[in-house]
Design a protein around this ligand. Structure first.
Ligand SMILES: *[C@@H]1O[C@H](CO)[C@@H](O)[C@H](O)[C@H]1NC(C)=O
Ligand SMILES: *[C@@H]1O[C@H](CO)[C@@H](O)[C@H](O)[C@H]1NC(C)=O
Ligand SMILES: *[C@@H]1O[C@H](CO)[C@@H](O)[C@H](O)[C@H]1NC(C)=O
Ligand SMILES: *[C@@H]1O[C@H](CO)[C@@H](O)[C@H](O)[C@H]1NC(C)=O
Length: 364
């Protein structure tokens, strides 16, 4: 009798525990809060802040990993992604000011524990490490590698389905490493599921407005990662920009019709694809194509100053997706999915948004 009572008490306690678990899950189907176990050989990663409901209009056909940044309410997106077997992970980093502390094991432990607590608290599927900044000493470079390796071990011991990814610059030897932004990508590759190559902000021309993601430089840099550094193509996902640059021209030269926008001393800003397309209505002389970098651009005159817009459109992106395919990379992604217009009622804008998605899905 006592045993039966004990047994029923035990069952009652178990029921309480499972009721609590389902209350903790914010999805209608409580099983959706479990880590995704599906595996993929190719990836389509999506960076988004989930700031609004536009994610409902993404083309989800091939998406495998949604990487969140910011602190918006991600729950509805999450439940939908999980219902499709798509992972939802989170971007984390280390402030440049803390770089010197990375050589201390105790500091690294504190950082990775914070990351993993946050990830588990949000019921996410993994981490995307985005550490950007100058690391001028070997101590810092090694600290970053150690932090990656320790995070990987901790994460996989909790659940082998958790994913660890890393955002790396378009080139492993950025500005000859004088920039200090050259980490040990070979070591990092060994402790991550894959690395995401940020094929943007590669505007190395300091005199004239130029492409955000110039093809020759991107190509040469993959050659370095793959051949000089012997990193497997299966470790690399190509992230392309769904944004471009709005350069104010300090001087504009056009004697030979080549639309040269001198940028010295003038400001520039990053603007999303949809935003840039809207500016195109003010263009002078139409859309130009720079054959050297395989990128589109156009010029406007705003408040008495010339502006030049350099960005990527489906035509320039197709060439990059072809490159990823020919190199047999792990997959594709974009920074960010939110740079398209999902709310316009204009047929032309809707078509632009759809074309951007269809193109990446086609190559993913
Ligand atoms: C975990 O989430 C709860 C609310 O969902 C929050 O109050 C708490 O601060 C979070 N803890 C951590 C470590 O992020
Ligand atoms: C990459 O490898 C090639 C071929 O071995 C070599 O010529 C080149 O100097 C290397 N580049 C760098 C930056 O190490
Ligand atoms: C630059 O020159 C070409 C050829 O003369 C002309 O068609 C174009 O409109 C000019 N561009 C601007 C921004 O004025
Ligand atoms: C998603 O992209 C694929 C490949 O381009 C396309 O065939 C399909 O129609 C798209 N789906 C939606 C819902 O737009």
């Amino acid at each position: 009798m006592l045993n039966m009572l004990k047994a029923s008490l035990f069952i009652f306690v178990c029921m309480l525990a499972s009721a609590k678990a389902s209350l903790d899950c914010f999805c209608q189907d409580a099983s959706l809060c479990k880590p995704v176990t599906k595996t993929y050989t190719k990836e389509l990663i999506v960076f988004t802040s989930a700031k609004d409901e536009s994610w409902k209009q993404y083309n989800w056909t091939q998406v495998t990993n949604v990487i969140l940044f910011g602190d918006n309410d991600y729950k509805e997106l999450y439940c939908y992604a999980h219902s499709r077997g798509v992972r939802v992970t989170i971007l984390v980093g280390v402030a440049v000011n803390d770089f010197p502390k990375l050589s201390q094991a105790s500091f690294r432990k504190q950082v990775l524990t914070g990351w993993i607590n946050k990830m588990q608290n949000l019921s996410l599927d993994g981490l995307n490490i985005d550490i950007e900044g100058a690391a001028y000493t070997k101590d810092v470079v090694d600290g970053i590698s150690a932090l990656t390796s320790e995070t990987n071990v901790a994460l996989k011991s909790l659940n082998p389905n958790y994913l660890l990814t890393w955002d790396i610059p378009y080139s492993p030897i950025l500005v000859g490493c004088f920039s200090g932004y050259c980490f040990d990508y070979v070591a990092i590759a060994k402790s991550t599921d894959y690395m995401i190559v940020m094929d943007y902000d590669a505007t190395i021309d300091i005199l004239f407005a130029s492409a955000n993601s110039p093809l020759p430089l991107i190509k040469e840099s993959y050659n370095l990662y793959l051949n000089n550094f012997s990193i497997s193509p299966d470790q690399l996902v190509m992230a392309v920009p769904w944004y471009g640059y709005d350069y104010t021209c300090s001087k504009f030269f056009n004697r030979t019709g080549d639309n040269l926008c001198l940028i010295a001393g003038a400001p520039n800003s990053q603007r999303g694809f949809a935003d840039i397309n809207q500016q195109f209505t003010h263009n002078i002389g139409g859309l130009k194509w720079d054959p050297r970098t395989s990128a589109p651009f156009f010029t406007t005159s705003e408040n008495g100053a010339y502006h030049q817009y350099w960005y990527d459109d489906p035509e320039s992106l197709r060439i990059k997706y072809e490159l990823a395919l020919s190199l047999n990379l792990r997959g594709l992604g974009m920074w960010t999915a939110e740079m398209l217009d999902y709310s316009s009622t204009s047929v032309a804008v809707k078509t632009q948004t759809k074309n951007m998605w269809d193109m990446i899905v086609e190559y993913a």
